[in-house]
Design a protein around this ligand. Structure first.
Ligand code: OKP
Ligand code: ZN
Length: 348
């Protein structure tokens, strides 16, 4: 498995996230990627290459220009509010919910930060834009390799991406790397692309980006949003809109679900992707489905991830893996690389 990696991910290093009325240390830390990199090297899974650079147009295919402009300048605006802010992460605290306007961009930076986000758990730091942009370039490079005939490639990136929407950040995500890769596959000639999201949390951003499109199928297995983050999207009755009707499949499962039931759901997602007639797959590879994950509730064991990789390989399609969640830091490398190794063994 070819891996695309860049150490600029470490420039995104949030200190604290808001959780139930207090600031707690961030779960989404640079060490996560370090563990995955080390596991890849130890198992000699294949070449590890640096990303190429891509123009902003590769990002604005799925994100709005005004959101990209906001992100690119956010840190300098935050520090301009108060020089002491250089020592503090930026966290939003106002949001324009229903009845407020989102067509007017307030001059106030905190007001704009709220307009472009949906939670207080995703601190924006001095290096967030650089890290997120480098991550998107990893996803784009992986997609480029797969378009060029490589069977599969893994974008080892953080921060994750699948909660980020067309014009908002949240859930630790700023740029939707999986959506950016899927759009690049489309632009590069794949007529029909599927995004398979196996992270514990529903990929609300990816779903929303492609919800009314017939050319990108979104399938997700995740914790039931009635009780699990992101709560407001990810229900089974969300099947797509307009031309995209029938091109969205949510398979929510109760907290506590173990591998047998989870694997059945994965099988349903893969069956739907085959029926859709996808030419390529982008996998949002979160391993927070692990039994030891501190912020999630499924019960997968490390060895189960080998089977996950095998099942995905059996689809027989060119595949871009994009790293998402997984917060049991010491095990995140074993679990993610088990998926990739299972895939490699099965696909020969
Ligand atoms: C990102 B990804 C934890 C509360 C949950 C948001 C979780 C985002 C997960 N204190 N906060 O899907 O792995
Ligand atoms: Zn997750």
């Amino acid at each position: 498995m070819l891996t695309i990696y860049n150490d600029q991910h470490a420039l995104h290093h949030g200190k604290f996230e808001m959780f139930r009325g207090e600031l707690v240390p961030c779960f989404e830390v640079p060490a996560r990627a370090d563990y995955v990199l080390r596991a890849l090297q130890e198992r000699r899974l294949g070449a590890i290459e640096s990303p190429q650079d891509f123009p902003d147009s590769a990002i604005t295919g799925v994100h709005s220009q005004r959101y990209v402009d906001f992100l690119a300048r956010a840190w300098e605006e935050w520090v301009a509010l108060d020089p002491a802010n250089a020592q503090r992460d930026a966290i939003p605290s106002y949001w324009p919910v229903r009845t407020f306007r989102s067509d007017v961009l307030p001059a106030s930076f905190p007001a704009r930060m709220g307009l472009f986000s949906y939670d207080a758990g995703s601190p924006l730091t001095s290096g967030t834009w650089t890290a997120a942009r480098a991550g998107a370039c990893c996803a784009l490079t992986a997609a480029q390799q797969v378009l060029g005939g490589t069977r599969a490639a893994f974008a080892l990136t953080r921060p994750p991406g699948h909660h980020a929407g067309m014009d908002f950040f949240g859930g630790y995500c700023f740029l939707n790397n999986a959506a950016i890769a899927a759009q690049a596959l489309r632009d590069g000639g794949a007529a029909r692309v599927a995004v398979l999201d196996v992270d514990y949390h529903h990929g609300n951003g990816t779903q929303a980006i492609f919800y009314d499109r017939a050319d990108v199928f979104f399938a997700s297995v995740h914790g039931d949003p009635h009780t699990e983050y992101p709560y407001y999207l990810g229900y089974a009755d969300e099947t797509g809109a307009d031309a995209g009707q029938g091109c969205n499949l949510n398979l929510p499962l109760p907290r506590g679900t173990g591998f047998a039931a989870w694997r059945d759901a994965l099988g349903m997602a893969l069956k739907a992707i085959a029926a859709f007639g996808a030419d390529a797959i982008v996998v949002s590879l979160g391993v927070d489905t692990f039994e030891g994950d501190p912020i999630a509730g499924f019960q997968l064991k490390s060895a189960d991830y080998l089977r996950v990789g095998e099942d995905i390989a059996a689809a027989g399609l060119p595949t871009v893996f994009v790293f998402e969640g997984g917060y049991a830091v010491a095990e995140v490398g074993i679990n993610a690389v088990n998926v990739l190794q299972g895939f490699d063994l099965k696909s020969g």
